[in-house]
Design a protein around this ligand. Structure first.
Ligand code: XIL
Length: 400
């Protein structure tokens, strides 16, 4: 009997210990998840901090939202961001994208050397991942870029290739046709050529120019049009906003190609702008493109602050406000000078300053601060200026 009782007591004791162990483990787990919720903004705890309902609260913490507005709701055309496939699973990045943007472009995942890394072998994984993300979130996609007039942007197999013009013609045609067919119905617009003219309007040297002559541009548009008649085809380049020879040559080129039966739908101003850029030139350039009847797209928009600055520098409140004002002026220039039906949209080259390609290799992401959101994805004055332009607000952003 004594033996039996003691067995029962031991079992009881074991059960009690087990019960408390489970209870304490659960309590600890619960506590640590509560602590996580209380952590300052970081990539893991983003959802609660930056959910739309909290925007007024984050504004008080130095984030320049306008309550009740997001970028994509304020404009009649899509507002985009260039993305990098690997970042789409970072909550803060993805949430900001979903909340604010209605189009994605890609920094590199659609470029020739990544889509066709080996001759005839295509790697769709990352580009498809971006397109899936866009489709799931009701966003449009702009493809960047079928060709880029710079040998460094082509895969090694192509750079080292030898052969007749016909061989290169076929490579170009196959690439353009395969890529456009693959994304047919999912991507609405493409950069066909990128950075193909020098500042004084000459052709930039590259392997297709050497093999096929200047007609490679005509051919690229022709093959693209044949592969997908419904997609919008763009020229993409930088420094078009200076109304210089480059822009004039492109506008003439669009007439020349049209005469030869190949239609360019639009011209994309990369618009990697700088703080000191003179607005009359920006306005004039946009108007020149608009007057041609082309779609006009700001495809890689950002406003750099780093001129006359040390290699790394902090974003001061003053710089942030000046940048906000410049964003506001450039967006306003676009709205005022491009006829509404020709406004293809505006895309920034990244989401937050952490993503900017200017900051590649800088551990604190402070070589420049060019985008709408900070390293912490809080909305900067740049964001505020952008939205205020969309709302038609004329006031200048105060500098104090
Ligand atoms: C840049 C990407 O942002 C970088 O990540 C990559 O290493 C190089 O290319 N103009 C263009 C873009 O047309 O393709 C460039 O993108 C930035 C300048």
């Amino acid at each position: 009997m004594r033996y039996k009782t003691s067995t029962f007591q031991k079992a009881h004791l074991k059960l009690t210990v087990l019960f408390f162990t489970i209870l304490i483990t659960n309590l600890l787990a619960c506590k640590s998840s509560m602590e996580e919720d209380l952590q300052p903004v970081d990539e893991q705890s983003s959802e609660t901090v930056l959910a739309a309902r909290d925007l007024d609260e984050t504004a008080e913490k130095g984030s320049y939202h306008l309550k009740g507005y997001t970028l994509k709701d304020v404009f009649d055309f899509p507002i985009g961001a260039a993305v990098v496939y690997e970042r789409l699973n970072q909550p803060l990045y993805a949430n900001t994208l979903k909340r604010e943007f209605s189009r994605v472009s890609s920094e590199s995942n659609f470029k020739f050397k990544y889509l066709q890394p080996e001759e005839g072998k295509y790697d769709w994984e990352k580009a498809d991942g971006i397109v899936d993300f866009a489709l799931k979130n009701n966003m449009k996609v702009h493809g960047h870029t079928l060709l880029w007039a710079n040998d460094g942007t082509y895969p090694a197999w192509l750079r080292n290739k030898e052969g007749s013009p016909e061989v290169f013609d076929k490579i170009m045609k196959d690439h353009i046709t395969t890529v456009l067919r693959h994304f047919k119905g999912k991507i609405q617009s493409w950069d066909v050529i990128n950075e193909s003219l020098t500042p004084d309007g000459k052709y930039v040297d590259n392997l297709f120019l050497r093999k096929l002559g200047p007609d490679y541009i005509y051919k690229a548009f022709k093959y693209a049009r044949e592969a997908d008649p419904s997609v919008k085809l763009f020229i993409n380049d930088f420094s078009l906003e200076y109304a210089g020879k480059k822009l004039k040559r492109y506008l003439a080129m669009s007439d020349e190609l049209a005469e030869r039966g190949v239609k360019i739908d639009g011209i994309a101003f990369q618009m990697h702008a700088v703080l000191r850029i003179a607005m009359p030139l920006v306005e004039k350039s946009l108007k020149m493109a608009g007057d041609k009847g082309l779609l006009v797209y700001l495809s890689e928009f950002d406003v750099a602050l780093r001129y006359n600055m040390p290699k790394v520098f902090p974003l001061t409140d003053l710089l942030s406000r000046q940048q906000g004002q410049k964003y506001k002026e450039i967006v306003k220039a676009y709205l005022d000078n491009v006829p509404k039906r020709q406004q293809w949209g505006i895309t920034t080259w990244g989401v937050g300053d952490k993503d900017s390609y200017f900051n590649k290799g800088y551990v604190n992401f402070n070589h420049d601060h060019p985008l709408l959101f900070g390293v912490d994805y809080k909305a900067k004055w740049a964001y505020r200026g952008f939205i205020e332009a969309g709302l038609g607000r004329q006031n200048k952003i105060t500098l104090d």
